[in-house]
Design a protein. Structure first.
Length: 212
């Protein structure tokens, strides 16, 4: 025992060093999985976390596309567009609270998966999110705002994320066709033709790829 004790003591700095290194690696990995502008998870990180959440219980699956975002960029510059993205991300985090998962899928498109016991309150959730997303914000002394098309579907535990996102995308598209706002999908059955795993007419359907 007396021989082992000095060796154990000598090993403490090494163990401590590895712990610090492991923590540093975890922080680097978390940073790599997050979009630097919005602070939300990137697509890959979002899909991993959202799939785990769906496997454990029922949830609302939400897809958001900002309306009028290009006009903000064109009129006031990319910095104003960046602020619109940050404000949208803040809105996503405000409504889709932990243990929900939020992500920026790219451009002005966002997604969320929020635990929800039944579909009764889904419409209220989407309406509240739409209100937060479209609230005016201040930028360099100006009051700006963007619109939002918000689609959602209620998914029971075990629903594949790709299926739920596919249908939420349809609901979002229907909202966009009528000027924006919240839209609830009636079921998990797609209503539109699928091209390369995506809704027909969606960006990217002319390329090979996975589900939306």
């Amino acid at each position: 025992m007396s021989t082992l004790l000095p060796a154990a003591v000598a090993a403490l700095p090494l163990v401590g060093g590895w712990s610090v290194h492991a923590a540093w690696l975890r922080r680097r990995l978390d940073t790599a999985r997050r979009d630097p502008l919005s602070g939300l998870a990137r697509r890959e990180g979002f899909e991993q976390a959202a799939s785990r959440l769906l496997s454990g219980g029922s949830a609302a699956v939400v897809l958001v596309d900002l309306d009028g975002f290009k006009a903000v960029n064109d009129s006031w510059g990319h910095a104003a567009g960046d602020e619109a993205i940050r404000m949208a991300a803040a809105a996503m985090n405000t409504v889709c609270t932990d243990p929900g998962v939020t992500g920026r899928l790219g451009g002005d498109e966002f997604a969320a998966v929020v635990p929800l016991a039944d579909p009764v309150t889904l419409r209220w959730l989407l309406g509240g999110l739409h209100g937060c997303l479209t609230a005016p914000f201040s930028y360099e002394g100006r009051t700006l705002a963007v619109g939002a098309s918000v689609g959602g579907v209620w998914a029971p535990a075990g629903t594949p994320l790709g299926v739920a996102l596919r249908v939420a995308d349809e609901a979002m598209f229907r909202a966009k066709q009528t000027g924006g706002g919240p839209s609830v999908a009636p079921s998990l059955t797609p209503a539109y033709r699928t091209v390369n795993g995506r809704r027909d007419g969606r960006r990217g359907t002319d390329l090979e790829g996975g589900a939306a």
